[in-house]
Ligand binder design. Structure first.
Ligand SMILES: [Fe+2]
Length: 399
């Protein structure tokens, strides 16, 4: 009975994702493209903008070039640097209050996924005033937000191209998903220069998030010819560049490849949604506070293996995409090689394999919520049983 409900929801979600109207952002790519984007703010006629960022980036030198370019172009700015990881309502409200009091005309988001999500919500809240929990769900924003320019400083979440943001309700501690095609930023800069200071651990974790987006998108029943192209491009770029960017943060070619990979993966999963890896990872974030990219990395190879035969052909496609094919190898062998290559990458980058503080008594809740999330929201290649998900989660307990 539950599987019938899940199948019905998968059809609804698939068609919703396909039918949502959406505008593609204008994308500036390459070294110093963040500065080109800032020049365009002036070209587009904005006189004053709000820079949304976090405390660390606000006090680092990353904003210097952005501020100098805005000043040179005659654009005034205010800065809101109060975004915290997993942003909550109060930060969105505080950012919007600064936007209003400073009479800004557009938002420039400079940061990782949390900053981009908060900036999307600040832009929306200004034109759709009201309680933030009323945005919970799909297409709940009546009016478009204020113009939004996105400069991602990490290569992973893909928030610069997705139509979603997650904000936390400080009372219920619930993470509220806001899905609205009006939230896709209008302008994006994919600038490796901005990303070169990202520490190796963050590079690895966010890169594995991007890889998970691409692989789960490719396996999604909602995938289309165009999302498959984007997902494959992302997987290829990540296999070619992630480990290099991890070992040498100043490798601009690798950083550039990862910036583009994250964007393609975001474009793909924004139209197909994700799968059990995210279903489980979100629970690890909720229960153990595990950072999202780390949580995905902990279970990606295990979930792919658990899907079994139904994904072998698709994973074999991806194996061929990254040149893992050998003459005469079967799809099952290639699928296994692809999964092993991801596990090897995880090991090479010394990503943690277990969440801190995961307790045996947390596991039933994690399993139940992961099954419900993946079943009801994601067009997964096949539904897993509670035993299958429990087996994966049990594997995360420290020995
Ligand atoms: Fe993700």
């Amino acid at each position: 009975m539950k599987n019938l409900y899940y199948k019905f929801m998968a059809i609804v979600v698939t068609w919703l994702l396909r039918l949502l109207p959406r505008n593609a952002p204008v994308v500036y790519k390459g070294l110093n493209s963040a500065l080109v984007l800032c020049e365009q703010v002036a070209v587009l006629g904005f006189g004053k903008v709000l820079i949304v960022t976090d405390d660390f980036l606000g006090s680092s030198g990353i904003l210097d070039g952005i501020k100098a370019t805005l000043e040179k172009s005659g654009v005034e700015f205010a800065v809101f640097d109060g975004v915290l990881p997993d942003p909550a309502f109060d930060q969105v409200q505080a950012g919007e209050a600064v936007y209003r009091s400073e009479a800004c005309q557009a938002v420039i988001a400079v940061g990782g996924g949390s900053v981009l999500d908060a900036a999307k919500m600040i832009a929306m809240l200004h034109t759709n005033p009201g309680p933030l929990d009323s945005f919970d769900g799909i297409q709940k924003c009546k009016k478009p937000g204020v113009p939004l320019f996105a400069i991602p400083t990490t290569a992973g979440t893909g928030s610069e191209i997705t139509l979603a943001a997650v904000i936390t309700d400080p009372v219920s501690h619930r993470k509220i998903p806001v899905v609205d095609s009006k939230m896709i930023p209008g302008y994006v800069a994919l600038d490796a220069e901005i990303m070169k200071g990202m520490p190796p651990g963050i590079t690895a974790a966010t890169g594995m998030d991007a890889l998970t987006h691409a692989v789960e998108s490719y396996l999604s029943k909602a995938s289309t010819q165009s999302t498959e192209l984007q997902a494959k491009a992302a997987v290829r770029l990540i296999f070619n560049n992630l480990v290099a960017a991890y070992h040498d943060g100043g490798n601009m070619e690798a950083r550039d490849g990862m910036a583009v990979a994250s964007f393609y993966a975001g474009a793909a999963f924004g139209k197909t949604s994700v799968g059990y890896v995210h279903g489980i990872a979100h629970q690890l974030g909720r229960v153990c506070g595990t950072p999202h990219g780390n949580a995905n990395a902990m279970v990606l190879p295990e979930v792919l293996a658990a899907y079994g035969e139904c994904v072998h052909q698709r994973l074999a496609d991806l194996a061929r995409t990254v040149n893992l094919d050998e003459p005469g190898a079967s799809d099952s062998q290639l699928a296994g090689d692809f999964i092993q290559a991801i596990a090897d990458m995880r090991k090479e980058m010394e990503l943690p394999l277990q969440p801190k503080d995961l307790k045996a008594q947390d596991i039933p809740g994690i399993v139940e919520e992961a099954l419900a999330e993946a079943g009801a929201l994601y067009p997964v290649p096949r539904y897993m049983s509670a035993d299958e998900v429990r087996y994966i989660v049990n594997g995360l307990l420290a020995a």
